[in-house]
Ligand binder design. Structure first.
Ligand code: G1P
Length: 289
């Protein structure tokens, strides 16, 4: 029986240079899509998968991320006084239970693998999910829940994957496929940001993972990979052979909110999902063609 999945790590130490000047004082994870910060979507997605414990890997200037999940006593009192019950209920639903949020610091940006290693004491000897909040998911069933189910099915590591045109593989971690069974793909190797000429496939990892704690032992070696950084992909690759490792073609859509165009598309797509906004958006859109 696989151990239950209860923990999630969310790396949020990145500088957000692509969104300067907005991110000079506001963490990129707090930039809103419609009216919710990116980090809120990730936390909600994780909760929908049964995650109970959260670890934010933070850095300088990121403390407001933790505030987002705290009780806002004065604000709540004011809303109550003014009879704003709907807003109050929404805020209260977002606060995470006492003791369920931890933070650890990544003092120097040494790569995603290093960020995850910084959460090693939180992870302990349990399986854990990773959510990169830049990747915003629009799925009927929480993407992390889809991975959690695949973890129970396979008893090992599972990463969410999607196909991209070959010329774009160099932005991602890429799968070397052992067997493509459709929904699940068993993996015999992983390469971080390969050039298209040498990429083993065009199946790429998006920012959702369920991993076994043994990955930490590999990340602890602090070996540098692509871009001179300690890469999560390299640490994961070392698990292959000793543990099951699969890619999951998740059902849903991903928006790359680390990129301006992706972020703008997400605004539109999420607004169009909202009954109170969809009509208005459709009405103004033709003005911009
Ligand atoms: C990271 C990972 C990469 C993965 C991607 C998904 O890259 O290193 O393997 O495919 O996230 O968004 P980054 O976007 O941080 O360069």
């Amino acid at each position: 029986m696989p151990k239950p999945l209860r923990k999630a790590v969310m790396p949020v130490a990145g500088l957000g240079t692509r969104f300067l000047p907005a991110t000079k004082t506001v963490a990129k994870e707090l930039l809103p899509v419609v009216d919710r910060p990116l980090i809120q979507y990730a936390v909600d997605e994780a909760r929908a998968a049964g995650i109970e414990q959260f670890c934010f890997v933070t850095g300088r200037g990121k403390t407001a991320i933790v505030e987002q999940f705290d009780l806002a006593f004065e604000l709540e009192a004011t809303l109550r006084e003014r009879g704003k019950e709907k807003e109050l209920a929404e805020l209260q639903a977002q606060a995470l239970p006492p003791g369920s949020v931890l933070t650890t610091r990544q003092q120097v940006p040494m790569g995603l693998g290093h960020a995850i290693w910084c959460a090693r004491h939180f992870i302990g000897d349990e399986p854990f999910a990773i959510l990169l909040p830049d990747d915003l998911m629009m799925c009927d069933v929480s993407c992390t829940k889809q991975l959690a189910d695949a973890y129970l099915e396979t008893g090992g590591n599972v990463v969410a994957i999607e196909e991209v045109p070959m010329e774009r593989v160099s932005k991602y971690g890429v799968l070397d496929i052992a067997e493509d069974k459709g929904r699940l793909v068993s993996v015999k190797g992983l390469v971080e940001k390969p050039r298209p000429e040498v990429a083993p496939s065009n199946l790429t990892i998006i920012g959702r993972y369920v991993l076994m704690p043994e990955v930490i032992g590999h990340l602890a070696k602090h070996e540098k990979g692509a871009g001179g950084e300690i890469q999560l992909t390299d640490g994961m690759a070392k698990l292959i052979g000793s543990q099951p490792f699969h890619g999951l073609r998740y059902e849903g859509r991903r928006f790359d909110c680390g990129d301006k165009l992706g972020f703008l598309e997400a605004q539109l797509a999420f607004a169009l999902q909202r009954p109170e906004l969809a009509e208005g958006v459709r009405a103004f859109l033709p003005n911009y063609r």
